[in-house]
Design a protein around this ligand. Structure first.
Ligand code: CA
Ligand code: CA
Ligand code: CA
Ligand code: CA
Length: 191
């Protein structure tokens, strides 16, 4: 008798918890349970790691770098249950937001002072965060859809209706500015 496992996505790696025994491995089943996502045929041990906020190669690390190149074109950092990409490329807010979202990330949602200190320290300059009031003036929301009420406005901010996008300054305080200003930016995903 040999053990075998379900391989729903047909990538040759089986789904844990689906073991059965018989004299031979039946067709459609495989002799291992090494898949970490049996619904995605591009995700399996040894797969190519892509910049997508997913652990493609099943090594329990998301979007790790190949050689010394950053996989997402940004500096990868982990902190307190989040994975971040610190991106130096200067872009407008909308383009920066799209960059993060097309890779499975969101512009950073800052949840508390600790996170604000962390992102200030790691970015070291003016950088976009996800907060904005592009939809309803004076109602600031996070592009992630998150509900963090933490704010760290600089004195007199937010000050103008025509400045819907929010950047973090190198002093850790936030300023609202026009969205077509270009800055570095920070992407975040849960980890
Ligand atoms: Ca798979
Ligand atoms: Ca990985
Ligand atoms: Ca990945
Ligand atoms: Ca956060």
């Amino acid at each position: 008798m040999v053990p075998h496992w379900m391989d729903n996505d047909e990538d040759g790696f089986g789904r844990p918890g689906t073991m059965d025994m018989s004299c031979a491995v039946p067709s459609g089943r495989v002799d291992n349970d090494d898949d970490c996502d049996d619904l995605d045929r591009l995700v399996y041990p040894g797969a190519e790691e892509r910049c997508n906020a997913v652990d493609d190669n099943c090594n329990e690390v998301v979007d790790e770098d190949r050689s010394d190149e950053s996989l997402c074109g940004c500096d990868r950092r982990e902190n307190e249950g989040s994975l971040y990409q610190f991106c130096d490329d200067e872009r407008g807010w909308v383009t920066a937001n799209r960059y993060c979202q097309s890779r499975g990330y969101e512009l950073v949602e800052i949840n508390d002072e600790d996170e604000n200190d962390f992102v200030t320290r790691e970015s070291g300059g003016e950088t976009w965060i996800g907060l904005n009031d592009r939809e309803i003036p004076n109602e600031h929301r996070w592009s992630s859809g998150g509900t963090s009420m933490y704010r760290n406005w600089a004195g007199m901010e937010p000050d103008r209706d025509v400045e819907p996008c929010v950047k973090l300054s190198d002093m850790s305080e936030w300023r609202d500015v026009e969205c077509d200003e270009t800055n570095g930016f920070i992407c975040e995903t849960a980890y």
